[in-house]
Design a protein around this ligand. Structure first.
Ligand code: C2E
Ligand code: CA
Ligand code: CA
Ligand code: CA
Length: 279
């Protein structure tokens, strides 16, 4: 490693690009934030498209770093993956979600399904998965309501292994959703092979549906195939009434997006649910 030779550190630093310097600085701050439990969670409700009743929620991680204000998980999760921090992050997510949802009184009451994101690297790494599962089992009250969101790419890296793993974990009571569905190269094969409970149609399709008839045709087909296979369909990134209407016409039974509700802190989620479903 570079740090074994003190004389080379300076040279390395000088040659590092600004991006690389910033990456290292962010990594240091992220490590401290994890250790100090200064990450937080928000919950985004999911609804039945037709009745507008709550069907579940997705847990999303937030990092409000004092130095850099808001850092997107799309930015810091890959950094965590590359630096062996995913287990610590997932442990935080599972424990904090379990705590907040229980203390709020929502768990098992208004909230019957809690979706947690599993990163691609975590899903395809047996040691990381074992860590995650241990953590999930330790949080007994959350466990029965859990659904894990994985991506097609993660499942594809070892399809045979994924099929076995999913089958076994579903026997143990966990539910699975395929996130960003339709963005992979073999989505239909995934649908055919993987034992799953739900697909989440990627928001790119929802975004395109109003001006691209092809996007509507694809959503309609996915919803129909999934229904025949007994798999739930959630449309993500629903931002307009028109999209919602079209999604209903497509037979898409569940929706998530800014139109219905933004991701919110647990206290806001409680208030939101006290006021009743949007409509
Ligand atoms: P994702 O799993 O696809 O999550 C959905 C993203 O869409 C979230 O972004 C959410 O805030 C955003 N979103 C929700 N409704 C709308 C909408 O109507 N329009 C638009 N444009 N966006 C909407 P967020 O929270 O920034 O998360 C980004 C990604 O970071 C997530 O994508 C997920 O891959 C990852 N991530 C977030 N939290 C976690 C976590 O706890 N663990 C892991 N492994 N990954 C996470
Ligand atoms: Ca997700
Ligand atoms: Ca997604
Ligand atoms: Ca995504």
């Amino acid at each position: 490693g570079k740090q074994e030779q003190p004389g080379t550190i300076q040279l390395y630093n000088r040659n590092m690009s600004r991006d690389e310097n910033e990456r290292q600085a962010m990594l240091t701050d992220l490590r401290e934030a994890i250790a100090g439990r200064r990450l937080s969670l928000v919950y985004q409700p999911q609804f039945d498209s037709f009745s507008q009743e709550l069907t579940g929620c997705e847990v999303l991680l937030r990092w409000h770093c004092p130095k850099r204000s808001f850092v997107s998980p799309a930015e810091f999760i890959p950094l965590a993956e590359a630096n062996n921090l995913m287990s610590a992050i997932s442990a935080f997510v599972v424990e904090q979600a379990s705590l907040e949802l229980q203390q709020s009184g929502l768990l098992g009451q208004q909230v019957q399904r809690v979706s947690v994101n599993v990163s691609a690297m975590e899903f395809s790494n047996p040691a990381l998965m074992e860590n995650l599962l241990t953590r999930l089992r330790a949080n007994e009250s959350l466990y029965p309501y859990l659904q894990l969101e994985i991506t097609e790419t993660a499942a594809l890296s070892d399809l045979g292994g994924s099929v076995k793993l999913l089958a076994e974990l579903r026997r143990q009571g966990l539910k699975f959703s395929i996130d960003d569905f339709g963005t992979g190269y073999s989505s239909l094969m995934m649908l055919k092979e993987l034992p799953i409970d739900e697909i989440k149609i990627d928001r790119a399709f929802i975004h395109d549906m109003l001006d691209q008839p092809k996007a509507i045709a694809i959503i309609e087909t996915l919803a129909s195939v999934a229904r025949k296979l007994g798999i739930s369909v959630v449309a993500e990134g629903v931002e307009t009434e028109e999209q919602l209407q079209r999604l209903k016409d497509c037979g898409c039974h569940e929706v998530q997006g800014y139109l219905l509700a933004r991701p919110m802190k647990i206290a806001e989620f409680v208030t939101f649910l006290q006021r009743g479903s949007p409509s």
